[in-house]
Design a protein. Structure first.
Length: 366
């Protein structure tokens, strides 16, 4: 008698959203295998099993997709007849970062090659595994296990796939799901996300793989990258404010009038889980509708820190002029909406970063 609800494979479990997803699934009673090229940076994984490896390698992906039972882990050999697919796969693994990594143009080929390769490997190896259980290859009819489910795959897309021409007015961006075409993302990262969405939908149509697709809008929160060049705007601003003294000046890219909305990671994980438990395929936005300018984001972080902070506007990669989630579809289909304000999320993020800075100071890194 199994003592778990379902099995889940979280790809990208060493990263920000993936590590939070692992925690949520464990609370829901899942047996979870986490996979990434790196271990979680800021806390121990809560996965039942964590496998470190490169998802760009199809042979590695083939093995990762096989659940061998709670007694037989990834590294153990078990009879192939005991192998099963996972109930659910959460695909977060990608080559990504903040504007300083994505929008410079210097990393475009690497981003596209790495992320597309991972997605192709996941889908194709799952197709081959499904064919084994469908009787199209592998076992004979007499010894083929009978399953009462098909593996469902979640793919984390991004609001960066929306057309630039709908995001030129910082006060009135259009990010409704149906506004995605004619396609014209402003970055190769966005084009890769759009292509990968279509890839997952094609495998659903042609091979019957159940998929769910969400377009994330600027997810942030504790245990996210906060320095080193790949951090997102909320973490970067919180870090700069944390290091600043009262009345200090911090650098802000552009004139600060560009607009965005930001969603706390706990909210993102809740919406993602609801999507996976639903019959709705997507694509669907997962984000906040609380749009602010980058200048207002700085002011919010300063308020949380109890400091007066001045801004020095400098040249830097900016992305589109305006972006804000439209949650009409997700409210209709899933009954989900965000519940925490930007200030509440910044409060959690800022104080977590302060703790990280204190750790680095004690360790002699600062």
């Amino acid at each position: 008698m199994r003592d778990y609800k379902k099995t889940a494979l979280v790809l990208g479990a060493g990263g920000f959203i993936g590590s939070h997803m692992v925690k949520r699934l464990r609370k829901e009673g899942y047996w979870v295998r986490g996979v990434d090229i790196k271990y979680p940076e800021f806390s121990d994984t809560e996965a039942n099993e964590f496998v470190q490896g490169d998802l760009r390698d199809p042979r590695f992906v083939e093995r990762v997709l096989q659940f061998k039972g709670v007694q037989g882990n990834f590294y153990n050999q078990v009879p192939y007849r005991l192998v099963e697919p996972f109930h659910e796969i959460y695909q977060f693994a990608a080559d990504m970062g903040g504007a300083g990594f994505v929008f410079t143009g210097e990393n475009d080929a690497e981003i596209m090659q790495n992320s597309v390769t991972i997605n192709l490997n996941v889908l194709e190896q799952q197709r081959l595994l499904d064919e084994t259980f469908d009787g199209k290859q592998g076992w004979s009819e007499c010894n083929r296990p009978v399953l009462d489910f098909r593996t469902k795959i979640f793919y984390s897309s991004s609001a960066c796939m929306y057309p630039e021409y709908n995001q030129l007015d910082p006060d009135n961006p259009d990010c409704r799901e149906e506004s995605a075409y004619p396609a014209a993302p402003d970055s190769e990262y966005g084009w890769e996300k759009l292509f990968s969405e279509r890839l997952y939908l094609a495998y659903n149509r042609n091979h019957g793989i159940p998929v769910r697709i969400a377009r994330y809008h600027n997810i942030f929160g504790p245990e996210g990258t906060w320095h080193g060049g790949r951090e997102k705007a909320p973490a970067a601003i919180c870090r700069k404010v944390a290091y600043a003294q009262n009345d200090d000046t911090i650098d802000v890219w552009g004139d600060g009038t560009q607009t965005r909305s930001f969603l706390l990671v706990d909210e993102c994980v809740e919406a993602t889980y609801r999507l996976m438990q639903s019959d709705f395929m997507g694509p669907v936005n997962i984000g906040s509708e609380e749009m602010v300018t980058i200048n207002q984001l700085v002011d919010t972080a300063a308020k949380v820190a109890g400091k007066t902070i001045k801004k020095n506007h400098i040249d830097g990669p900016l992305g589109v002029k305006g972006r804000n989630s439209n949650n009409d579809l997700i409210r209709e289909k899933l009954g989900w909406d965000y519940t925490q304000t930007l200030e509440e999320g910044i409060h959690k993020t800022y104080h977590w970063i302060m703790l990280e800075i204190a750790k680095d100071f004690v360790d002699g890194e600062e």
